[in-house]
Ligand binder design. Structure first.
Ligand code: FAD
Length: 462
């Protein structure tokens, strides 16, 4: 058996990016993956397939709702569901094969199978035990179970089954109005499914800026998604060909039942570390199952690091990637760094929602004096031309220094627009720095500049 400088367990965005950076830094590297294909949750059953279906169904929505207004007449296309799923699967294959290519190019060994760690410095895959100076655990996450709900991935599904349904359901109940539930709910709503989202809390997308939450819920309701808020799901019972979801309204304790053809459980994910042997190794975990790491991603056992969804922090692909690069640099004797204060979060619905840094609620709670610059896409010429004027850009800046503290966007291409604000925040920029930067006309990004101007003497087109 060759011995390695680094063996990474898991080939999701944390693991594969870590492997590539380790190899680039001259470390002899292997990556273990138990799935048939590389790329983890993100490429196989997460970010990429969900975005493919969001893209395809948004095209349909445009054809049905905006084409005629632009003088593009004719019938909107029919949906060939098996073909749409085949397109999604092809996108997955292209991406996972791309990682295989990058592994070969960087001379990274792919060790196929499920790994365990019999002791520090050793990784067991099947019957083979490999030596490694460093081990990086990047095993990701799995769906959290919900009491009273049995997932069969046919009628009662997790996000994984929802990406692979054998037919388009007439009625879909989504348990949990978070990012994954709303993205997949949007996919089916656009395909004509009656979608009802049941949420325990009183606001959708917990943790987001409250003004964005309100506007987002209104827009989704206009798109046909029903919301039952403040409702605790008690259980899901299978019926003939469908399922009933039972819930209790928190406000008055009343019990209700809703019928569905498909129920999507989207109440969250938890770290996946089963089978690694963490207990026997004495690796510390939190009560939520996250591996405890220090600020250099080291666990409490020498030679073993951990990154991505398996540790604390937002469960996002780009957070895992950044940690993957940073830990590789640490292992190569360099200085790895992740700025956890500037990790954007994006919801790929239409319109998109994007957020970075502090929310108004967090600043108020911290007693931090701040000012708000807000600009509606109604004042953006490009957005109006493209039927995309729903939403706004909001920038929060320090009341005294004008330094940008956070930004929240709901609107067209929000997931791309947020990055100029991320870069500005990385450089410790003031809102005025953005406001003084010339932005091309006509672009959606002018709305970002206008929000920055609104932090000072005022937006022009408001
Ligand atoms: C439906 C859905 C949509 C999402 N959309 C987005 C999005 O748009 N943007 C975003 O940023 N995030 C999104 N996410 C979250 C994102 O997928 C995760 O945050 C990300 O994949 C975490 O990366 P990771 O490398 O930590 O783990 P993972 O991607 O989960 O990869 C871990 C890999 O490790 C393997 N593994 C586990 N244990 C072992 C073992 N013992 N031996 C060998 N292999 C093992 C697993 O098979 C898996 O392939 C989405 C998630 C879902 C479910």
């Amino acid at each position: 058996m060759p011995s390695y400088d680094v063996i990474i367990i898991g080939s999701g965005p944390g693991g594969y990016v870590c492997a590539i950076r380790c190899a680039q830094l001259g470390l002899k590297t292997a990556c273990v993956e138990g799935r048939e294909t590389l790329g983890g949750t993100c490429l196989n059953i997460g970010c990429i397939p969900s975005k493919a279906l969001l893209h395809a169904t948004q095209m349909l929505h445009e054809a049905q709702h905006t084409f005629a207004a632009m003088g593009l007449t004719g019938d909107a296309p029919d949906v060939d569901w098996p073909k749409m799923l085949a397109y999604k699967n092809d996108v997955i294959a292209q991406n996972t094969k791309g990682i295989e290519f990058l592994f070969k190019k960087n001379k990274i060994d792919w060790l196929k199978g499920w790994a365990s760690i019999p002791e520090a410095g050793k990784v067991k895959v099947g019957d083979d035990t490999h030596d490694a100076r460093h081990i990086v655990i990047a095993t990701g996450s799995e769906v959290s179970p919900l009491a009273g709900v049995d997932i069969d991935e046919k009628i009662v599904v997790s996000s994984e089954g929802a990406l692979e349904l054998d037919r388009i359901p007439k009625r879909l109940v989504v348990i949990g109005a978070g990012v994954i539930g709303l993205e997949l709910g949007s996919v089916y709503a656009r395909l004509g499914t009656k979608v009802t989202a049941i949420e325990y809390l009183d606001a959708i997308t917990p943790g987001m800026d409250a003004e964005v939450q309100r506007q987002f819920q209104k827009i989704l309701a206009k798109q046909g998604i029903d919301f039952v808020m403040g409702a605790a799901v008690q259980g899901v019972d299978r019926t003939d060909g469908g399922a009933n979801a039972r819930y209790k309204l928190r406000a008055d304790g009343s019990d209700h039942t809703i019928e569905a053809d498909t129920v999507l459980v989207a109440t969250g994910r938890r770290p996946f570390t089963g089978g690694l042997g963490l207990d026997a190794l004495g690796i510390a975990t939190t009560d939520r199952g996250q591996i405890v790491t220090d600020d250099r991603w080291a666990t409490n056992v020498d030679g073993i690091h951990a990154i991505g969804d398996a540790i604390a922090g937002p469960m996002l692909a780009h957070k895992a990637e950044d940690e993957g690069m940073a830990v590789a640099e640490v292992l190569a004797g360099k200085h790895g760094h992740v700025n956890y204060g500037v990790i954007p979060g994006v919801i790929y619905t239409h319109p998109e929602v994007a957020t970075v840094g502090a929310t108004e609620e967090q600043l108020k709670e911290a007693g931090h004096a701040y000012k708000t610059g807000k600009f509606s896409f109604m004042g953006n010429g490009r957005a109006k031309a493209n039927f995309a004027a729903d939403g706004f850009v909001k920038i929060l800046a320090d009341a005294e220094t004008d330094r940008i503290l956070g930004a929240h966007i709901i609107g067209p291409m929000a997931g791309d627009l947020i990055h100029e604000i991320c870069v500005a925040m990385e450089f410790g920029a003031a809102a005025q720095d953005l406001a003084m930067t010339c932005h091309a006309h006509p672009t959606y990004s002018e709305a970002v500049r206008e929000a920055a101007l609104a932090c000072g003497d005022g937006a022009i087109h408001a």
